[in-house]
Structures are given as structure tokens and as C-alpha cells.
Write a protein that binds this ligand. Structure first.
Ligand code: F6P
Length: 357
């Protein structure tokens, strides 16, 4: 019998349960009684503390459409541990012990960049690991898309649509803050889908004067409102020269954590137009996955089951040019996929007269 562990780590997103179900259903279909699934609770935290449970086919029924994760999740265990190397060594030892105690033959880790870093570490420690790429940020290296991303795009687009009507009614400039601290994929896609007038990404430092000029140009041409889509991690040119830590501290000192409020205040002051801020926040990560994400989750999950069966470990599932495949963990861990300068959607935005700050 093969014992397969499964965990979800990092920020949750729509499609986690659909992927868990994809793995489980395909495993039971392919291996029948020759497989046992063990759910590790609350991500690597459960692996450290030995918190896991035996699962059966019933546990995976009715979860295709369910948001969140039935296994619970926590952020990466090493975030605060970088300074205390000994603690990190202890934690790795604890994780290896749980893997052994639970008699696992392999462990599937569903998560984003932090999760993949730890997955790679455990793989290098000799555990049989398979990753699955989850995040609304779409920033995992080596895959064209991650599950959760397209649902978040749909939600953020719906927000922008709704903001349009109220912006028009009140002749206001609306600044909408979209999730994405390091990568701007979600802001770019939803901004294009929702017809935002100005799109500000972490990858492209903005100049507040250019932003105000864009609002004023629209007003001169007869548009009584403007929509500014701001990524959580958008930076101005001065901040772009600083280290992340430095600008985070500077922002905290000035009384704000993201650029959105400051941009709204500056636009109101300079253009004289009334402005408002909308922060949909964690709504972008909640609820049922879209049809696209259910399909992707099922493709990814069933592919991971095949990898378990053929015992191909040390890899993570990916979609490349429309085909599901696997990348070696060591090739993708520690890397981020940002919106590149040559991204076609940026060209589309520019062609459409969208200001990129
Ligand atoms: O990684 C997904 C994400 O939603 C980011 O876009 C955002 O910056 C972060 O997680 C928020 O994290 P938390 O849920 O821990 O506040």
C-alpha cells in the first residue's frame, strides 16, 4: 500500500479543495485499495507538530465547488526563522519525523512560492515531494498559470464593473486596490477585463504627476470619472530605488501600508476631483472556484496522482503552452514570475490608451 500525505500551505485561494479532490479521486481510481491518503492539517505547521488524520473517499466528496481548504493552512514556517538557523534545523527534523511516523511514501504540497521553497528543502532532505502551484498572484516560476488566479481575476473584475457605475454617477475618481504585493498579474488582467483607465503594478514604478495627468486628460475629453487599479505592492519611483523593508517602514511611518490611499489623496488634491478608495481585500481569495479553475485544478490534481503512481518525485506540476507537465523543484524554488516588460498585455494596455503610471 502506498501512503500519500497531502497539505495546503500559504494563503488560501479558490481551487484548493478542487485540487485535493482531483488528486484523491484520481488516486482511488488508479490505485484503488492500494492507496491511503493522510491529510496534514494547517500546512507545514501540522507537519511540524504531528497534526494529521487518516482520510477516506467520503472526505473528498462534495468539495469541488467549496472555497478555502478542508485541510486548513498557515503561512510558511520559516518566514520568521531565517535569523535562527537552529530553530530551522529543529523544524526540518520535526517535519521529517512526522513524515516517518505517518509512514508516508510521499507528500503533496499545495501552495505558492514560500511553500515551494520548503517543498524543495524537504526534497533535498530526502523526502518524496510533489508540489502543486496555487496562488491568486500567478507568480510561480515555470508555469503559465496557477490555480486560483482566474477566479480572483473574475472577482476583481466584478468589483471594477460595480465601481464603474458608482464612479460615473458621482463623477469621482475611484482607486481600487487589487491584491498582489510583488506581482501585478491580477491587477493587470482584472484591469484590462474591467476597463480600468490607469493600472499601477509593482513591476512598473508610477509617477503621481503622470497619474494625475491621465485623470485630467480624461476629464478634458468629457469623461467625468476615472478608474485607477492599484496593485497592493505598487511603488512610486522613489520607493522603487529602496529596499522593500525600507519602503514598508517609510509607509508605516506615514500612516499607510499600501500606495492606494496616498494616490487617492494626491489625485484629489491635484485634480480637484473627488476620490474614493475601494479595497476588496480577501474577498478576492474567497468563495467557489470558477469553471476555469475547477478544470485546471482537476487537470493538476489528476496529473499529480499519476506522478505518485510512477513515483516521480522532487517535482511540481505546471501548465506549459497548454500542456500539463512537471518542473523540478530545484529549478523553480526561490524564483518569482513577475510581469515582464515585454508582456503582451502591457502592449495591449498601452494601445488602448491605458496609463501604466
Ligand atoms: O499571496 C496571496 C496574497 O493574497 C497576496 O496577494 C497578498 O499580498 C497576501 O496574500 C496577503 O496575505 P495574508 O492573507 O496573509 O494577509
Amino acid at each position: 500500500k502506498k501512503r500519500v500525505g497531502i497539505l495546503t500551505s500559504g494563503g488560501d485561494c479558490p481551487g484548493l479543495n478542487a485540487t485535493i479532490r482531483g488528486v484523491a479521486k484520481a488516486l482511488y481510481a488508479r490505485m484503488g485499495d492500494n492507496v491511503e491518503i493522510v491529510g496534514i492539517l494547517n500546512g507545514y505547521h501540522g507537519l511540524i507538530t504531528g497534526d494529521y488524520k487518516e482520510m477516506n473517499e467520503d472526505d473528498f466528496r462534495g468539495i469541488l465547488t467549496l472555497g478555502g481548504t478542508i485541510l486548513g493552512t498557515k503561512r510558511t514556517p520559516f518566514k520568521l526563522m531565517r535569523v535562527v538557523e537552529e530553530d530551522k534545523i529543529d523544524k526540518v527534523a520535526a517535519m521529517k519525523k512526522t513524515y516517518k511516523d505517518a509512514k508516508l511514501d510521499c507528500l503533496l504540497c499545495l501552495g505558492g512560492n514560500g511553500t515551494h521553497k520548503t517543498a524543495n528543502l524537504l526534497s533535498q532532505e530526502g523526502l518524496n515531494i510533489i508540489g502543486l502551484p496555487k496562488t491568486i498572484d500567478n507568480d510561480i516560476y515555470g508555469t503559465d498559470v496557477t490555480f486560483g488566479f482566474h477566479t480572483a481575476v473574475d472577482i476583481a473584475t466584478d468589483v471594477i464593473d460595480r465601481i464603474h457605475t458608482t464612479a460615473g454617477s458621482h463623477s469621482r475618481v475611484m482607486c481600487i486596490e487589487i491584491m498582489g504585493n510583488k506581482a501585478g498579474w491580477l491587477t493587470l488582467y482584472s484591469g484590462i477585463a474591467g476597463g480600468a483607465d490607469i493600472i499601477l503594478l509593482p513591476e512598473m514604478p508610477y509617477d503621481i504627476d503622470r497619474v494625475c495627468d491621465a485623470v485630467e486628460r480624461r476629464a478634458k475629453k468629457g469623461s467625468n470619472f476615472s478608474i485607477i487599479s492599484v496593485a497592493e505592492g505598487a511603488m512610486n519611483e522613489e520607493e522603487a530605488k529602496m529596499k522593500r523593508k525600507e519602503w514598508t517602514a517609510k509607509r508605516a511611518e506615514a500612516g499607510y501600508t499600501t500606495a492606494t490611499n496616498r494616490i487617492a489623496a494626491a489625485v484629489q488634491k491635484k485634480t480637484g476631483m473627488e476620490t474614493r478608495v475601494c479595497i476588496p481585500g480577501h474577498m478576492q481569495r474567497g468563495g467557489s472556484p470558477s469553471a476555469y479553475d475547477r478544470v485546471l485544478a482537476t487537470q493538476f490534481g489528476s496529473y499529480a496522482a499519476k506522478l505518485v503512481e510512477i513515483e516521480r518525485y522532487g517535482v511540481t506540476v505546471a501548465l506549459l503552452n497548454g500542456h500539463v507537465t512537471a518542473n523540478r523543484l530545484e529549478d523553480i524554488a526561490g524564483k518569482t514570475r513577475n510581469v515582464p516588460e515585454g508582456c503582451e498585455l502591457l502592449t495591449v494596455a498601452r494601445r488602448m490608451g491605458v496609463s501604466l503610471g
